[in-house]
Design a binder for this molecule. Structure first.
Ligand SMILES: Cc1cc2nc3c(=O)[nH]c(=O)nc-3n(C[C@H](O)[C@H](O)[C@H](O)COP(=O)(O)OP(=O)(O)OC[C@H]3O[C@@H](n4cnc5c(N)ncnc54)[C@H](O)[C@@H]3O)c2cc1C
Ligand SMILES: *[C@@H]1O[C@H](CO)[C@@H](O)[C@H](O)[C@H]1NC(C)=O
Ligand SMILES: *[C@@H]1O[C@H](CO)[C@@H](O)[C@H](O)[C@H]1NC(C)=O
Ligand SMILES: *[C@@H]1O[C@H](CO)[C@@H](O)[C@H](O)[C@H]1NC(C)=O
Ligand SMILES: *[C@@H]1O[C@H](CO)[C@@H](O)[C@H](O)[C@H]1NC(C)=O
Ligand SMILES: *[C@@H]1O[C@H](CO)[C@@H](O)[C@H](O)[C@H]1NC(C)=O
Ligand SMILES: *[C@@H]1O[C@H](CO)[C@@H](O)[C@H](O)[C@H]1NC(C)=O
Ligand SMILES: *[C@@H]1O[C@H](CO)[C@@H](O)[C@H](O)[C@H]1NC(C)=O
Ligand SMILES: *[C@@H]1O[C@H](CO)[C@@H](O)[C@H](O)[C@H]1NC(C)=O
Ligand SMILES: *[C@@H]1O[C@H](CO)[C@@H](O)[C@H](O)[C@H]1NC(C)=O
Length: 512
């Protein structure tokens, strides 16, 4: 009854743009005051630590380092309700965080401790094709697997995550590398509109050519400083059948050399000529790898060809498979099939760290050898761990395809390509081992830079946001002119820096 009255009062006050808040006792923190207000106004979607919806949003993260126990969780399903929460957070001056799928493996990027409120995207579950099926409305509470599932049997797909488990809003606002990106560019290049709440508490829809086109551009890779997103409208693509799977090549020295050669050649040739082909190579070692460093590749072809010539270096006799699941299927089936495998990893702790080089064979060797030489030095005392190096060959074609629909803040120049982007990942279990993981990642980064410099090998400045570790200079690798533009756009839409100072998690363009 009381909450009903408060909601009515708030909604009519919103219209008059003069909110009235009931103050709770002095001595409560800004977060507690906001939680109390949200609980009175929206009892069904505001939860505390003794409730199951709180527990899900506070614990269902890719890395257990994100379980931070916020004062409360607010999980709206309507943009107007999220707008009211933004106004309340501002009024009480409460710190907050927002989460999507929760896959960014940086503790405070997607959650906050008891000094703040966690806003969850989990209620934004909409999935709906436009009448002509040219676009798909996607709520940021979905995972990519939900999206591919929804598109089952439509013949359509979208330029989304390679794996079904991964979340959506962080993925797109950081760029987003899809299997389809060599043909269509970044995931963020395949968006028709974005709806979200800006810091004033207004709900706006940004498109490439409406009054919010500057905001639209900023959201294509500028991170979370601009708006809290409540819906993406994604451009659909035809992809009734895809060929995809993971091939393991074993552990020998010859395999290693061939695997490195194949990455180098794919960056220059395979991934340049074949816009339907991608390869995501990984090498892993650790307590789960008794036979030593194991070389693999996730291969993809947009169509039903199981032997595209551009992927020939990834097959026998050049590289012999010890196991192989590369086969014709659909994005729906593929995105579901990986879920069980990833469920077993879920809940461990994970750190990412990214490096970039041009496609240079010596650089590949230096990074590979340094990474795997430093593993035993820094990680051998860990009870359980997996250390993985994923050198992604990014051809010029990737950059070219990304420019077609109006561009993005990264603005990667095809003439500067091809690149190789190396995601270093360490999965581990014990919280206090984080210091060893940090020391390992720092040591590899420093040694690699020293060795590349000594060899006279230049590196591109660009570092992919979604693979970066906290503190890596992500925006410093964007063109300086675009960083200036991003800062201006941030200032225009959030002059009080609500999404920068009150929402400290994630990469902030204001700090670049
Ligand atoms: C197993 C795994 C596989 C991956 N595969 C790929 C891949 O194939 N390609 C690729 O490019 N990347 C991949 N990534 C990286 C992935 O893109 C990032 O982790 C990304 O941030 C995940 O998005 P999310 O919604 O789950 O993010 P979250 O961790 O929930 O959030 C990340 C950031 O986005 C912000 N955010 C969340 N929701 C909103 C919202 N509604 N509005 C505004 N900002 C918001 C948060 O504040 C946070 O700073 C992978 C990661 C993992 C762990
Ligand atoms: C409520 O608290 C805020 C900040 O703590 C204060 O500015 C405001 O005057 C208070 N309002 C009432 C009605 O007491
Ligand atoms: C849960 O916690 C809230 C806030 O601390 C409290 O008001 C509520 O009574 C608790 N509910 C249950 C079922 O324990
Ligand atoms: C919460 O996090 C902030 C920022 O990291 C930190 O300064 C503060 O000490 C933390 N407080 C608690 C209660 O954990
Ligand atoms: C997709 O549709 C096919 C029928 O064409 C069905 O066999 C399959 O189970 C569906 N997949 C999912 C995940 O629903
Ligand atoms: C691989 O090469 C290293 C050094 O180059 C050598 O020590 C090792 O024995 C080789 N392993 C195999 C299986 O040939
Ligand atoms: C390790 O190698 C042995 C012998 O080749 C093989 O039987 C086993 O499956 C391998 N183990 C793993 C985890 O790959
Ligand atoms: C492969 O695709 C082509 C064209 O889309 C189609 O004609 C053919 O039947 C498909 N083959 C298989 C084995 O699915
Ligand atoms: C395969 O590798 C060879 C070098 O071993 C290279 O010349 C060729 O271009 C590569 N093919 C593709 C499609 O990348
Ligand atoms: C793959 O197998 C063929 C035939 O057995 C062999 O000639 C070739 O050297 C093997 N390649 C690698 C990388 O081991």
């Amino acid at each position: 009854m009381l909450s009903g009255i408060v909601v009515t009062a708030v909604l009519s006050a919103t219209a008059a743009s003069a909110l009235t808040y009931q103050n709770v006792s002095e001595g409560y923190s800004p977060a507690d005051k906001t939680c109390d207000y949200l609980h009175r106004t929206f009892p069904d979607i505001t939860s505390f630590s003794n409730q199951s919806s709180y527990i899900v949003d506070n614990t269902n993260f890719w890395s257990a380092a994100s379980v931070l126990n916020p004062a409360c969780v607010f999980a709206p399903s309507g943009a107007e309700d999220l707008a009211i929460a933004v106004k309340a957070l501002k009024y009480y001056g409460s710190p907050f965080a927002i989460r999507g799928g929760g896959h960014m493996p940086i503790g405070d990027s997607n959650n906050i401790n008891s000094t703040g409120v966690l806003l969850s995207s989990s209620g934004f579950k909409r999935l709906a094709l436009s009448p002509d099926s040219s676009t798909l409305h996607v709520g940021p509470g979905n995972h990519w697997g939900d999206v591919y599932n929804f598109l089952n049997n439509t013949g359509k797909s979208i330029v989304g995550g390679r794996l079904g488990v991964v979340g959506i809003p962080g993925f797109i606002t950081g760029g987003g590398i899809s299997f389809f990106s060599w043909k269509y560019g970044w995931s963020s290049a395949n968006i028709a509109s974005v709806t979200g709440v800006i810091a004033s508490g207004e709900v706006v829809t940004a498109t490439p050519d409406n009054d919010f086109s500057d905001l639209f551009w900023a959201l294509r890779g500028g991170g979370n400083s601009f708006a809290l997103i409540t819906e993406f409208e994604m451009i659909t693509i035809p992809a009734p059948v895809v060929t995809v799977g993971t091939t393991s090549y074993g552990t020998t020295n010859l395999t290693k050399e061939r695997w490195l050669d194949a990455i180098y050649n794919f960056a220059l040739y395979g991934g340049e000529d074949c816009h339907e082909c991608t390869v995501t190579p990984s090498a892993s070692t650790g307590t789960q790898y008794p036979n030593g460093t194991t070389y693999t590749a996730m291969k993809f072809f947009d169509g039903n060809d199981t032997a595209p010539p551009a992927l020939s270096n990834w097959t026998s006799p050049y590289l012999n498979a010890t196991s192989d699941t590369f086969a014709a299927t659909t994005m729906t089936e593929w995105s579901q099939s990986g879920l069980a495998q990833f469920d077993s990893i879920h809940g461990l702790r994970n750190r990412f760290h990214v490096l970039s080089t041009y496609a240079d064979r010596r650089a590949l060797q230096i990074i590979h050898d340094t990474f795997f030489a430093f593993v035993p030095i820094h990680l051998s005392s860990l009870q359980t761990y997996i250390a993985t190096l994923t050198p992604m060959p990014i051809s010029k074609q990737y950059f070219r395809a990304s420019k077609v629909r109006g561009g993005d803040p990264m603005d990667l120049d095809p003439e500067d390509g091809p690149h190789i982007w190396y995601e270093m990942s360490v999965l581990y279990t014990v919280e206090r081992d984080e210091e060893y993981v940090s020391a390992f990642l720092r040591a590899v980064d420093e040694e690699v830079k020293k060795m590349l410099a000594a060899e006279g090998i230049k590196q591109p400045k660009y570092l992919y946001l979604n693979d970066a570790d906290k503190g890596q200079p992500v925006f410093e690798g964007y063109p300086a002119e675009n960083v200036r533009k991003l800062k201006q756009i941030r200032h225009k839409y959030d002059p009080e820096m609500v999404f920068t100072n009150q929402m400290p998690g994630g990469w902030k363009v204001a700090h670049a």
